[in-house]
Design a protein around this ligand. Structure first.
Ligand code: A3P
Length: 314
């Protein structure tokens, strides 16, 4: 395994040297790989996972752009899938950071191109996550029967959330207008990442479920029911009557998760982000407080153009 790892890492270095590179805004390099702005901390892992990750049909993969509701969906999916194994009051969601319940393939599992052992021994269904474009997912993820949930968020709110998230990581944090002008986000461009999963969900709705952060905010119980059914863990009539969906929603709510200790203190391994940065205010439409009306118009127009003809309205 070590030889193979070394060989692969060498291959990744050679490839990186040929790729266009840009600054994310805080100094972190983003490499343009097959149309995806891949952050340096994930590139080697993306390549390694493509070659080595073996999906199982029962796997559940959460895909998203950063700052789209990933943390929330991890808590929800974990709770749906494990609700018979553990009472909600004793849920690991209360003691474990959601990102550790559903690790990222490209920078948790295959960190820096290292090959993880014993993935096949994890309990089923295995829960993983990714920020990668659909087209760059490991071959076996796209071609097995595993399920993919994609969560998407309005670009303007995503942008503002990204800006706040990068702040503690960046000593020379830039003005919002600079960020808007050069919006190069991890695993972007934003619109291409979204459209890849949107189109995949239209082509194969049993494999890819497309969800919107804003829909979850409007009617969490309805969306939770849809999610559980898609995952193959539907809520029974009894569970519905007992109000279990409401209980899961409450357990995973912004207010609840923000206030548990494990989400308040410490840093996330890998990205170095403070864990409390994953819980800011969790609102829809907060962008009006941060972006000028002219910038809002520009981004809305751009998004309309990018999504034109796709059937996706945002
Ligand atoms: P804001 O910065 O707008 O508050 P991600 O998990 O993909 O990194 O996304 C983080 C965003 O989701 C942040 O948005 C965060 O506050 C919000 N968020 C985190 N947990 C949430 C929850 N349980 N419910 C709603 N929003 C949540």
């Amino acid at each position: 395994v070590k030889d193979e790892e070394e060989e692969m890492k060498k291959g990744s270095e050679e490839l990186i040297a040929t790729l266009p590179v840009e600054n994310r805004g805080d100094g972190l390099p983003l490499y343009l790989f097959k149309g995806c702005w891949c952050p340096s901390f994930a590139f080697r892992g993306l390549i390694a996972a493509d070659l080595h990750f073996q999906a199982q049909d029962s796997d559940i993969i959460l895909a998203s752009l950063t700052k789209s509701g990933t943390t929330w969906l991890k808590a929800l999916i974990f709770s749906i899938v494990n609700r018979k194994k553990c009472a909600l009051k004793d849920s690991p969601v209360l003691t474990t950071q959601p990102h550790d319940l559903m690790p990222f393939i490209e920078f948790d599992l295959y960190r820096h191109g290292n090959l993880p052992e014993n993935l096949h021994q994890l309990p089923q269904p295995r829960l993983f996550s990714t920020h990668s474009h659909y087209s760059l997912l490991a071959h076996s993820i796209r071609h097995s029967c595993c399920r993919i949930v994609y969560v998407c968020r309005k670009p303007l709110d995503n942008l503002v959330s990204t800006w706040h998230f990068l702040k503690p990581l960046d000593e020379n944090h830039q003005d919002m207008d600079v960020i808007v002008a050069y919006w190069k986000t991890d695993f972007g461009p934003f619109w291409d990442n979204v459209l890849g999963y949107w189109n995949a969900s239209l082509e194969n709705p049993d494999k890819v479920l497309f969800m919107k952060y804003e829909d979850l905010k409007v009617d969490i119980v309805f969306e939770l029911k849809r999610l559980a059914k898609f995952l193959g863990f539907p809520f029974s009539v009894e569970e519905e009557k007992e109000g279990l969906m409401e209980e899961v929603s409450k357990l995973c709510s912004f207010e609840k998760l923000k206030n548990v200790e494990v989400n308040q203190i410490g840093k996330r391994v890998g990205t170095g982000a403070p864990v409390n940065a994953f819980f800011r205010n969790g609102k829809v439409g907060d962008y009006v407080n941060h972006i000028t009306p002219a910038m809002v118009e520009n981004l809305k127009k751009l998004t309309e153009e990018k999504f034109a003809g796709s059937g996706l309205v945002y």
